[in-house]
Design a protein around this ligand. Structure first.
Ligand SMILES: C[S@@+](CC[C@H](N)C(=O)[O-])C[C@H]1O[C@@H](n2cnc3c(N)ncnc32)[C@H](O)[C@@H]1O
Length: 244
């Protein structure tokens, strides 16, 4: 790892990842003066509203493998059906920002995925990804157990928005989905990126709403982890990389 990571890595709690996502993304767009933006795997829920796109005069394209998912997104967005694990041609060096939210864990070929994004970016452009990480217990369960068993167990304890770890609709592989570990920096640098921020988030308390004593213990553990971070145990991450 060639980067000094002390000013790049931060640890927070998972609710901040969800509650702060929109503000973080918009701040990235505004602070970097982005005009051309591509969301990968935006599917039915594009992350930027049409109002924001129009107010900031953005060229905003949503790529998704599924025409069915894209069709559910509101009219007015520019949409393109494409598999980002297949070599992309055209639009090299076009975008100021490419980003994904809850897509990276579904990517079977992370090398091709990140190479494609590197190719789409102009020099100096940035990529931002928000994804769940191993070795958070619910995602380990989701990865290892047969779908119906994982769903049964998670459904016993969980409620709320973190639901959705089911493999059925979008299979999850969690490849290159880790907290801010040296190996992650090496992988992203091997593509040609420079890592500029890596935020690891502890906790998955949404899973324990139905079991208050586990929820309380879990919250105490997460606060301890924030003070004494173990990057293997994050549940989610934001990573921002730059194409030099
Ligand atoms: C869990 S959904 C997330 C959708 C949206 N970003 C959100 O946060 O609500 C994952 C999306 O990634 C898309 N997807 C999965 N694999 C893909 C691939 N190889 N290339 C492009 N899109 C993909 C799926 O079709 C789906 O729309």
């Amino acid at each position: 790892m060639s980067t000094d990571t002390s000013s790049i890595i931060e640890y927070r709690l998972t609710h901040e990842a969800w509650d702060g996502y929109e503000a973080f993304l918009k701040q990235l767009v505004i602070a970097r003066g982005c005009r051309t933006i591509c969301e990968i795997g935006g599917g039915a829920n594009p992350a930027l509203s049409l109002d924001f796109v129009q107010a900031h005069q953005l060229e905003y394209v949503i790529i998704d493998i599924s025409a069915e998912e894209l069709a559910k997104a509101p009219a007015g967005y520019r949409k393109r059906v494409q598999d980002v694990t297949q070599p992309l041609t055209g639009e090299e060096g076009t975008y100021d920002l490419v980003f994904s939210k809850m897509l990276a864990e579904h990517v079977s070929d992370p090398v091709m995925f990140h190479r494609n994004l590197h190719r789409l970016l102009r020099a100096g452009g940035a990529a931002f990804h928000f994804f769940p990480t191993l070795y958070s217990p619910p995602f380990v369960l989701n990865l290892l157990l047969p779908e119906r068993l994982a769903y049964f167990i998670l459904n016993r304890v969980q409620s709320g928005r973190e639901k959705g770890g089911r493999k059925g609709k979008f299979p999850a592989f969690y490849r290159w989905c880790r907290g801010p570990l040296p190996g992650q920096f090496r992988r992203l640098e091997s593509i040609g990126f420079r890592v500029v921020r890596y935020l690891g988030f502890f906790g998955h308390s949404g899973y324990y709403q139905k079991v208050p004593w586990i929820k309380r213990g879990h919250e105490s553990l997460c606060q301890w982890l924030q003070r004494h971070p173990i990057p293997w145990l994050t549940s989610f991450a934001y990573v921002v990389v730059e194409k030099p």
